[in-house]
Design a protein around this ligand. Structure first.
Ligand code: SF4
Length: 504
């Protein structure tokens, strides 16, 4: 068995079976090849750690992935007093292994644990994150527990967050906000003690723990080989279900949606859950009573609009902040009436060029393209949010941008309230609903497969390091993808109108 690392320990609290499998074979069932976006995130995380280290000149890095060898190096560094700050130190106690991002020697001879967070610190300044609960500091708490068990005196625990106030050119010192979190970490260590021994016992046993359904089963890397996968229409398909409702269903013995008795959910109070249960039970789509009336509120001509955005930990422009979602592309398909022939559906788009913040230009062009009447169909609430933010940011465009808002009709939101097909399998993303309602359309063969891929391509484009030919290729790939998104909306809308037309 491998060491019980922070990741495995914390996962064991969700599912002991999954943690047991992780501790034995990290590759079993795990996607072997990382997507471009996963690599992008890992690269960003590594860069953040490097920048954080820049705040501690003279710190010593413990290299290597072999935990035992790294622990030996760490022991020497601590014993001979050669380092005041250590990056990636390694500590092993029995089965438990910790690798804190940074540890710093304090005047009293103890060590401060510093956890580098690849996430934003909201609202900057001295305020603490709202709802500051222990869940933010579980990683630091695990390191605290293992280091203390190794006999290391701990003098404090803190977390370094990327500050949203950071701007390009500020240097590493302006990039982070550090929060003291000793009290939260100590509290968590106490809570860990309750199940620490049972985790150790279960994970060191040769017997694989029993499968027990949880909300994480849906995205578990071991799902295919787990007995849970034999349950048809499992209740974890309920989208964004809260833990309390989920726990109640499991306690009541309902593992499959079809086990749930009549009257368990009410309509419309339990909206989506009710629709899903009805649909699974009957094997037919559920169509809500407001389906036809709500769909009729769409006014022609219809503009089908989709934005793509760019978001990265490190801002790409002088005017942007870490993690800010920057709209960088849109596609519009325009259909004048329900009977407009496919060849008469018009298309226009905008794609930001390399190396400069083009947001204002994007919204100015959008205002030229979007007309002044007719509905604007989108497939998420993201477009509305971007338009609202742009209205705040550009006062001279405010009135015209705000005038777009009442025209917006969210097709996804409409479906979530009025329609469920048993083949949706609990998901309403356009990639899931399109193949069910419009089987003739598909994203296969596109160089950009999803929004995450688009983010990476836009990041590369914005960075401005590509040749003109590479820029053109990326723009073409992004154009194909975003245009398919809006054409998918056209076809989904047509399909829903057809369903409405067939209702008695
Ligand atoms: S599918 Fe669910 S029960 Fe099975 S290992 Fe994964 S999380 Fe655990």
């Amino acid at each position: 068995m491998a060491y019980i690392t922070r990741k495995i320990f914390l996962e064991a609290r969700n599912c002991m079976r999954k943690a047991w499998l992780m501790a034995r074979d990290l590759k079993n069932g795990v996607q072997e090849e990382l997507s471009e976006h996963q690599e992008f995130l890992i690269g960003s995380g590594g860069r953040i750690k490097e920048l954080a280290a820049g705040n501690f000149p003279g710190g010593v890095l413990v290299e290597g992935t072999n935990a035992a060898a790294a622990a030996e190096t760490t022991r020497e560094l601590i014993k001979n007093g050669a380092a005041e700050v250590i990056f990636d130190a390694s500590f092993i106690n029995g089965h438990m292994a910790a690798r804190p991002d940074i540890i710093r020697r304090r005047e009293n001879g103890g060590w401060e644990i510093i956890d580098v967070k690849n996430s934003p610190y909201s609202r900057g300044g001295a305020r603490k994150p709202r709802g500051r609960s222990g869940k933010y500091f579980t990683e630091a708490a695990f390191n605290l527990m293992v280091m203390r068990e190794c006999g290391i005196k701990i003098s404090g625990v803190s977390a370094m967050y990327v500050s949203r106030r950071y701007r390009l050119g500020m240097g590493a010192s302006g990039m982070f906000t550090t929060l003291e979190c000793s009290a939260e970490a100590e509290k968590l260590v106490k809570s860990f003690e309750k199940y620490r021994e049972s985790i150790r016992e279960a994970l060191s046993s040769s017997e694989i723990p029993k499968a027990s359904m949880t909300t994480i089963c849906k995205n578990c890397d071991y799902y295919k080989s787990c007995p849970v996968s034999e349950i048809k229409d499992p209740v974890f398909l309920f989208n964004s279900i809260n833990q309390k409702t989920f726990a109640r269903m499991i306690d009541d013995g309902y593992l499959s949606i079809s086990d749930i008795p009549d009257g368990y959910f009410k309509y419309p109070a339990d909206g989506l859950y009710y629709m899903m249960r009805e649909s699974v039970k009957t094997g037919k789509p559920f169509i809500g009573p407001g389906f036809r009336k709500n769909l009729r509120s769409v006014k022609w001509p219809v503009y089908y609009l989709d934005f793509e955005s760019l978001a990265s930990v490190l801002p790409v422009y002088e005017t942007s902040s870490p993690y800010e979602h920057l709209p960088v592309q849109y596609s519009i398909h325009l259909k004048d009436s329900p009977s407009t022939a496919p060849e008469n559906i018009r298309h226009c788009e905008y794609i930001a060029g390399p190396g400069r913040d083009s947001r204002r230009e994007l919204f100015e062009t959008l205002l030229e393209n979007i007309g002044s009447s007719g509905s604007i169909i989108v497939y998420s609430d993201f477009e509305k949010l971007c338009i609202k933010r742009a209205a705040e940011r550009y006062p001279s465009l405010r009135d015209r941008l705000n005038a777009m808002l009442p025209r917006i009709f969210d097709l996804c939101g409409f479906m979530r309230e009025n329609y469920y097909h048993p083949d949706f399998n609990g998901a309403y993303s356009i990639k899931k609903t399109l193949p069910v309602l419009v089987p003739s359309m598909s994203y296969s063969g596109l160089a950009v497969q999803n929004g995450a891929d688009a983010i990476v391509k836009h990041y590369n484009l914005a960075a401005g390091n590509l040749t003109p030919a590479e820029c053109e290729r990326l723009k073409k790939e992004l154009s194909d993808y975003c245009a398919l998104d809006t054409m998918a909306m056209v076809k989904l809308h047509e399909s829903l109108l057809e369903i409405a037309g067939n209702l008695s």
